[in-house]
Design a protein around this ligand. Structure first.
Ligand code: G4P
Length: 288
């Protein structure tokens, strides 16, 4: 799999986030509920340090409810505050505001007790590209904030949006680079759309995706594509789907590129079903 990611961007992005974090009291860490650990930047814990933080499992509407429950339990077991969210639909948004305010309270009380002039508590969203940062900012602020460039390191002047009583949100989220060293995570990031289609090998991603879907969600896959069986060979299954969907070129041969795109699009839109790719038991030592 070819991944184009430049260390220069990473260093610049990290510096920018570190700089912004200096004025932040509460961090909102956004991950993709379908791939919570694969969509976690490896450096995030170090960047956040001792600041109060909330993990948001976004796109939970697209995730397998059972896996979602297991991930929620796992994060809680790690001592993290965690919320399942659907930023697009708005589910979880009120709960997030309430929790952020709750986390901010000790700081406000501290200022008050010391007779200091209080200011609002400042919060910031961090996450890899496409995880839903802009969508969440828009929902929280009830306004249309421009989509941020996904290029790490790009920024504009600091602007704050009020999201609750004495709580302000930085309207520019911190864009972190995804975890690409691990090939399984890289494929899952590609499948869910976190990595641009131009930087991965489609056949590798699709054979892995169909292998995992056949293992964990065989019925959903068969129902969606009206198949009576699945093959042990993912490429044969893809071929069957291509035939069913009429992705055919001259000579009755399946147009693989077209079939890949079709399956990928439907998977990303949740049309095959609510599906999770990261699993607690597979990805964590202690499981739950
Ligand atoms: P980013 O700032 O982190 O880069 O992500 P952004 O908000 O742009 O969201 C990326 C895509 O994910 C968008 O889809 C957005 O609608 C979708 N999205 C964000 N949160 C959720 C969620 O909780 N559930 C679901 N199902 N989708 C979510 P898009 O295809 O790029 O645009 P569009 O669908 O809004 O037209």
């Amino acid at each position: 799999m070819i991944i184009n990611w430049f260390p220069g961007h990473m260093a610049k992005a990290r510096r920018l986030i570190e700089d912004n974090l200096k004025v932040i009291d509460v961090v909102i860490e956004l991950v993709d509920a379908r791939i919570p650990l694969s969509s976690t930047n490896p450096m995030i814990a170090k960047l956040i340090g001792q600041k109060p933080s909330i993990v948001v499992l976004n796109k939970s509407d697209l995730a397998d409810p059972e896996c979602l429950k297991e991930w929620m339990a796992w994060y809680k077991q790690q001592g993290r505050l965690v919320i399942a969210m659907d930023s697009k639909g708005g589910k979880g948004v009120k709960q997030l505001t309430a929790l952020a305010q709750q986390l901010a309270k000790p700081k406000l009380d501290h200022w008050k007790a010391r007779g200091l002039k209080t200011r609002s508590v400042r919060t910031m969203i961090l996450g890899i590209p496409n995880v839903g940062k802009s969508t969440l900012i828009n929902k929280l602020s009830h306004r249309n904030v421009a989509k941020t460039a996904d290029k790490p390191g790009e920024t504009k002047g600091k602007q704050w949006v009020r999201i609750g009583n004495q709580l302000d949100l930085l309207d520019t989220p911190g864009v972190l680079w995804p975890k690409l060293e691990d090939q399984v995570s890289a494929y899952r990031l590609a499948a869910t759309g976190a990595i641009s289609d131009t930087v991965f090998d489609m056949e590798t991603v699709m054979t892995q995706l169909i292998t995992e879907l056949s293992r964990w969600y065989p019925q959903a896959l068969m129902t969606r594509y009206k198949l009576t069986e699945l093959s042990d060979d993912p490429l044969v299954t893809i071929d069957m789907i291509g035939h069913k969907r009429g992705c055919i070129v001259a000579g009755g041969v399946v147009d693989l590129e077209k079939t890949y795109k079709l399956i990928l699009k439907e998977f990303r839109e949740g049309k095959i079903g609510p599906i999770s790719l990261d699993r607690v038991a597979e990805m964590t030592e202690g499981a739950i």
